[in-house]
Design a protein around this ligand. Sequence first.
Ligand code: ADP
Ligand code: MG
Length: 326
Amino acid sequence: MKLSELGEFGLIERIQTRFRAPDGVTGIGDDCAVLPQSTGRDTLVSSDMLIEGTHFLRKDIPPYDLGWKSAAVNLSDIAAMGGKPTGTFLSLALPADLDTEWIDAFMHGYADISERFGTPLLGGDTTASPDRICINVTVLGECPYARARLRSNAQKGDVICVTGSLGDSAAGLKAILKGVERDVEVQRLIDRHYRPVPRVPEGEELRLNLGVHAMMDLSDGLGSDLQHILDASGMDAEIDVSAIPLSLALKHCCQRFGWDPLALAVSGGEDYELLFTCTPQAEALLTVPHFVIGRVTDRAHGPARLTWRGTSSPLAPGFDHFKKGK
Ligand code: ADP
Ligand code: MG
């Protein structure tokens, strides 16, 4: 079988079957691994890779933004658990003909986001690459014992919420690839693609509310990511598509260029907003900005089912690295 048939998540599952996490440890399958410590706190660890040509185009992304984004997408996985990030490790594989100015600008962006979230760079690895730039970041974080919000804890009757508008990043990428003229609104979408802001304080605040049950960050697209929560929790869900928050910039640009905002919001990915489920009572008391977009329902039968209310057009799930992409 080719990898393209197995898909990214099929491959992860195949890898996972060979390894069992030690008792009390959450291993493969969530946004971070969760490792209880003798101090009474849990250590959170996550790792994410960015490859030239797959995640970014060197000629398009300013190196400062790439440095920022490399750390941001990792910090977002700590936010997804409700954790506090504590430090990062950065591994770089770089072609020898790369200008040092490029690397300085990359590190400038990486340093700025590290300072903003109080996450010092603690180590990493550096090596030569034949042609493409490869970046791998590992992030460490912590949270009180057993308080990390897993994907597996969505409960029947929970409402489903997101912390901000969806689809901007995907529209920004589309604008970059199509080379459309960059007015203020297009630039806003591109900024959300190049310089996502991980929802770290929001995640920590959500963790303090015990009615917040399951949480993850939106990296592959709402359709695919919510499916992970449903699979892990053994639940079904309904989403009201008219409740999915769309920014004005997204609406205007979609109108101008004839793009489908809903498709971008559902399957686009790289929003790095938090997706969480909580009791309606808890939702009423939340001070973190959020939008209710649906609800968790009991599993009818078979695999977890996600129903989209308010649209007749079929919605593609999300991004898979080995299957046909965006
Ligand atoms: P995220 O989008 O939150 O970064 P991914 O979809 O990349 O999460 O990964 C899902 C889960 O699979 C995570 O727990 C991640 O650590 C794990 N994972 C991904 N690739 C591998 C791998 N090659 N070996 C072990 N675990 C992996
Ligand atoms: Mg994640």
